[in-house]
Design a protein around this ligand. Sequence first.
Ligand SMILES: Nc1nc2c(c(=O)[nH]1)N[C@H]1C(S)=C(S)[C@@H](COP(=O)(O)OP(=O)(O)OC[C@H]3O[C@@H](n4cnc5c(=O)[nH]c(N)nc54)[C@H](O)[C@@H]3O)O[C@H]1N2
Ligand SMILES: Nc1nc2c(c(=O)[nH]1)N[C@H]1C(S)=C(S)[C@@H](COP(=O)(O)OP(=O)(O)OC[C@H]3O[C@@H](n4cnc5c(=O)[nH]c(N)nc54)[C@H](O)[C@@H]3O)O[C@H]1N2
Ligand code: SF4
Ligand SMILES: [Mo]
Length: 636
Amino acid sequence: MPDLRRTTCNRDCPDACGIVATVEHDRITALRGDPDHPVTRGFLCYRTSSFFERLDAPDRLTQPLLRRGGALVPVTVEEALDVAAERLLQIRAESGPAAIFHYRSGGSLGLLKSIADRFFEEFGPVTVKSGDVCNGAGEAAQEADFGVSESNDLFDLRRSRHIVLWGKNPFASNVHLVPLLKEVRAAGATITLIDPVRHKGAGLADRAITPRPDGDLELALGVARALLDRGALDPQLEATCDHVPEFLALLRAHDVAGWAAAAGVAPEVVHELATAFADGPTAILVGWGMQRRGRGGATIRAIDALSAASGNLFRPGGGCSFYFGRRTAFAPLASKAAARHVREPLFGADVLAADPPIRAIWVTAGNPVCMLPDAQRVAAALEATEFVVVVDPFLTDTARRADLVLPVPTLLEDDDLVGAYGHHWLGESRPVVAPPPGVLHEVELFHQLAQRVGLGDRLGGGVIEWKRRLLARLEPEGVTLDSFANGAQRNPFAREQALVAGEVPTPTGRVNLLTARAEPPAEDPDFPLWLFSNSTPHSQASQWAGKGLGERVWVAVHPDAAPGLREGAEVVVRSRIGEVRAELRFDAAQRRDVAIMPKGGHLDRGHAANTLIEARLTDIGLGAAYLDCRVALRAP
Ligand SMILES: Nc1nc2c(c(=O)[nH]1)N[C@H]1C(S)=C(S)[C@@H](COP(=O)(O)OP(=O)(O)OC[C@H]3O[C@@H](n4cnc5c(=O)[nH]c(N)nc54)[C@H](O)[C@@H]3O)O[C@H]1N2
Ligand SMILES: Nc1nc2c(c(=O)[nH]1)N[C@H]1C(S)=C(S)[C@@H](COP(=O)(O)OP(=O)(O)OC[C@H]3O[C@@H](n4cnc5c(=O)[nH]c(N)nc54)[C@H](O)[C@@H]3O)O[C@H]1N2
Ligand code: SF4
Ligand SMILES: [Mo]
């Protein structure tokens, strides 16, 4: 008899789905979405539906690997932990804890993954990353404007008359938003998509606008200017916002036609959008792409200001939602103590330049060699480091550069608690199958390592005990470990509307309006195309599902953007720092100034977009300006 077992997906994805696994003779035979989860609604994305096939894939790690004589060879867990302890103790004794860099990314959003942070805090504190390549600029922008980066309840969209998907591709990266968008549209709401790349999301929209890449700041200010001209700005603006005179002066710097030209759209497009904002409630769902640019923080600030100035920010069915605080309900397991910082977007350069040097790097739940900008330099930084430990379920580009690789459970074997960054439900992960015998849960791994480095039982206690610690603030609200037996629990601290007029958590209680325009980067005639390294439905950053990327990575452009080149042929995609060979795809629906590649890939197979992308910071929040990359195509 097949057994149905429930868990929660821990991937770096907004949706944190409830999963129902069919298990026969201790093997998973099917994965489905939990029909009772309010957001999952019974279906999973492509990459997780087929994930159980990856459990025994050739690159799955079932035993620790240690570098000996140049090669990675399997060793026992005991030996692996002995080596880790000995080298960490030696480096700390000789060079102090700042010589050890613990880098943690979001490969699992399970809250217990921060046990690694706790270990390195107790052992050090050591060097950790600062900034955030994922959402650093957007979060910093919303914190500057609103004092917090938090979203309205997802189902508040049922109260919207208009929804603006601003630089967002729900079919690829937030697929459980799709049924809700269809539902609210069928009930009469309109949907506008703003994205320089034409993607499947356009099929959901009443209006799909393809502005100039990085033209959103001008587009947002143009719409606000059109509202100003119509006398349609919020009459309460002075009461709810700071810097109103400066903001209005900024809007007056150009007329609507001027702003539209700078945004790369027709003036009618700006006027139509203004009509939607005047006819609210209008909700803005802010995507991630535009904030991964040099002026990404300023762009999100302009969009925030439009939401506030049009009177939509505080209304039910309105709001300017970017990120859902997925951790805020849980008690943190670690503080942010650090000996020093490596800026995440500048990982390669900062590690190589560190003085005194970094002698050990410990990587948790990340594949920085493939996913961080200037990938070759990140690889060089790991190769130059004396002792590299990678903790991952798979043998990645990063793991191949390690001295010690420690395998951990995959999302189907994991035991943890998960919050979502696309809705307000919290879930529990439970192993639907047991991990292979040579694979330790990170709670157990750090418990055993702590004992070897003289921390005794400071990291003692099993998974259940650590889960209870995470729930310290939730238990008084009635969300206990037992509650999760009934499925996902709504975060009791999350409000329907994230912000209340007059009580915005800024120092003045008012919204901090943008007062100046940031300039876009200069054109580069040698590299005419903007490289979009975007999420695809078939992959999770560098982790592929199904047949993977195959022999070649692809690049998609408008046929006019590749004169003399043939569809299906191999082409060279060049930037100022690197080259990638890719299969050319034509897509006549695209703008002529964009080139689209998958965001992940594999560095060692020559498939990584980050080979092309310079390591540059965003204006605020220490984000990575991945999307300011310019490329050209040529025949090989
Ligand atoms: N299938 C899949 N799902 C994923 C991921 C994945 O790799 N694969 N990654 C996960 C992660 S790590 C994250 S952070 C989230 C979000 O992951 P992202 O893929 O970053 O999220 P989106 O916001 O959907 O997509 C970004 C959109 O921004 C658009 N964009 C880029 N530049 C501009 C611009 O200048 N203006 C405008 N208006 N739009 C622009 C891009 O064309 C793209 O459609 O998704 C998660 N979900
Ligand atoms: N060019 C370009 N680059 C980008 C982006 C882009 O849009 N364009 N997007 C950026 C964004 S938004 C992000 S968030 C980053 C993502 O960058 P990474 O977080 O480095 O992304 P992944 O490739 O998913 O690597 C995560 C790793 O975690 C491992 N893992 C999974 N579960 C566990 C676990 O339980 N424990 C441990 N220890 N490991 C686990 C996975 O096997 C995988 O190897 O990439 C960024 N890089
Ligand atoms: S990756 Fe995202 S959409 Fe797919 S199952 Fe996991 S949470 Fe759901
Ligand atoms: Mo991300």
